[in-house]
Design a protein around this ligand. Structure first.
Ligand SMILES: [Zn+2]
Length: 191
């Protein structure tokens, strides 16, 4: 039996998050997915997009308020993680407050993913060069530093940058002795 057929048997062919018929995609639930139905769920395209890519609050995701009560741990874990990503929304917070996960399931849900499990975030400068932590960049535009009371001048060299982990458009660096967030589009990597 393939993973897909195991999952289809479990779910009746419905997306295990939103209930859409004819869901066909088996989606591993990291980390340590072992390729079995115990660490995977069957999802539709819409749900897969939210899991693997950008997640924007819309009525579709209200399905999570029910799906999180699924008897299947990988479904619970996926719902829990999606709800956490949506936790800016009151309905998602409310759901997270009342939901109960067995301790081992909760530990799984909260275990951070292994590298490569999430869509990879790559920081690039204005010219598309890949930026790494510790690089030196040059500002290509005068930047008014909000709350800093100064302007970081075009041409300023910023050494030893840090990458903002969950946002590929932002890096951090020290200018005028202050640690500031800089948009990658206004930087050029120094050779
Ligand atoms: Zn779905």
């Amino acid at each position: 039996m393939s993973l897909e057929s195991d999952l289809t048997g479990r779910s009746g062919g419905m997306c295990e998050l939103c209930g859409m018929q004819n869901a066909r995609t088996a989606c591993d639930v990291p980390p340590s997915a072992d390729g079995s139905a115990d660490t995977a769920i069957l999802v539709c395209r819409t749900c897969l997009k939210g899991i693997t890519g950008e997640l924007v609050d819309n009525p579709h995701w209200r399905c999570l308020t029910e799906a999180v009560w699924s008897p299947h741990a990988p479904v619970q874990v996926t719902c829990y993680r999606l709800l956490q990503r949506l936790a800016a929304e009151p309905w998602a917070r409310d759901t997270l407050e009342i939901v109960y996960l067995e301790p081992d399931v909760l530990a799984w849900a909260e275990r951070s993913s292994e590298p490569g499990d999430l869509p990879e975030i790559i920081h690039r400068d204005a010219h598309g060069s890949v930026l790494a932590a510790g690089d030196t960049v040059t500002l290509i535009k005068d930047l008014v530093v909000k709350g800093g009371g100064f302007t970081a001048k075009r041409g300023t060299s910023v050494r030893g940058i840090a990458l903002v982990p969950d946002n590929e458009t932002q890096i951090e660096g020290r200018v005028n002795g202050q640690r500031i967030v800089i948009l990658t589009e206004f930087t050029k990597k120094s050779a």
